[in-house]
Design a protein around this ligand. Sequence first.
Ligand code: NAD
Length: 282
Amino acid sequence: MQIQRVGVVGAGTMGNGIAHVFARSGYAVTLFDVEQRFLDRALDVIAKNLARETAKAKITAEQEAAALERIMPVLDRSRLGDCDFIIEAATEKFEIKAEIFRDLDRIARADIVLASNTSSISITKLGALTQRPAQVIGMHFFNPVPIMKLVEVIRGLATSQSTYNVVRDLAIALDKTPVEVNDAPGFVSNRVLMPLLNEAMYAVMEGVATAPAVDEVFKLGMAHPMGPLTLADFIGLDVCLDIMRVLHAGLGDPKYRPCPLLIKMVDAGWLGKKSGRGFYQY
Ligand SMILES: NC(=O)c1ccc[n+]([C@@H]2O[C@H](COP(=O)([O-])OP(=O)(O)OC[C@H]3O[C@@H](n4cnc5c(N)ncnc54)[C@H](O)[C@@H]3O)[C@@H](O)[C@H]2O)c1
């Protein structure tokens, strides 16, 4: 099947980036969110990011205008009915995604693939809520979507090879690099990254080193572009804690126990960059 129109559910940080890259690659995009102000904000961000790409001569002014033209914002979910592929990038709560997947299964053509951009929710579980578990898959983009090359492609237990092929080919068409993984808590990216950040927090909590010292070790010694505590502040400490809890509950190994300092900071409302305070002040 030729994919021409792509549906994106959720127009937040990731949804607007996903709409941006599909539109830039020539796909028509139907962008859905629950309130007009979220759609307006997303189109604003996309317009600014496309203009920046034009200023840097990555695309031409004509390509910028054409990409924006291809994005159709909608508040009525039934308008996703004519999409050839749909990716969900709504809030990371199981109940929200469960309701969306049940409804998309009803609205979308029976032959199309439904993907989720979730960072931690089980693809197998989302697939089981639909009548098409073989056509449900994870397509995990990274922030900022227009820049980051990786797409982690996650197979649920029931995901078929042809569904995998659809998403692999789409990722390549977007000039991304797909990497195949199986469904497991945290997939590969967060299963490996989050324990690193968590361990860095233990080092600070135990007084092994200050946050800037831990970050310097990783920047200068391991050539990481930013240290683990800066990265945790950027991701959001609440998000880090949620993911550690998913790993701890899902894998059952005490090595995934969230750092008590992380729990305390989240309780204090110190969520990192977005709240003005985390391991650093912003
Ligand atoms: N932010 C990241 O760095 C990152 C990276 C990879 C994956 N993810 C995943 O991407 C998804 C979205 O994350 P985000 O950071 O863009 O969140 P966000 O909070 O910026 O955006 C979520 C959007 O979903 C919308 N939404 C809520 N309920 C909805 C519904 N029922 N139908 C349609 N839209 C609805 C919200 O209005 C909001 O605009 C999550 O699953 C998250 O785990 C995030």
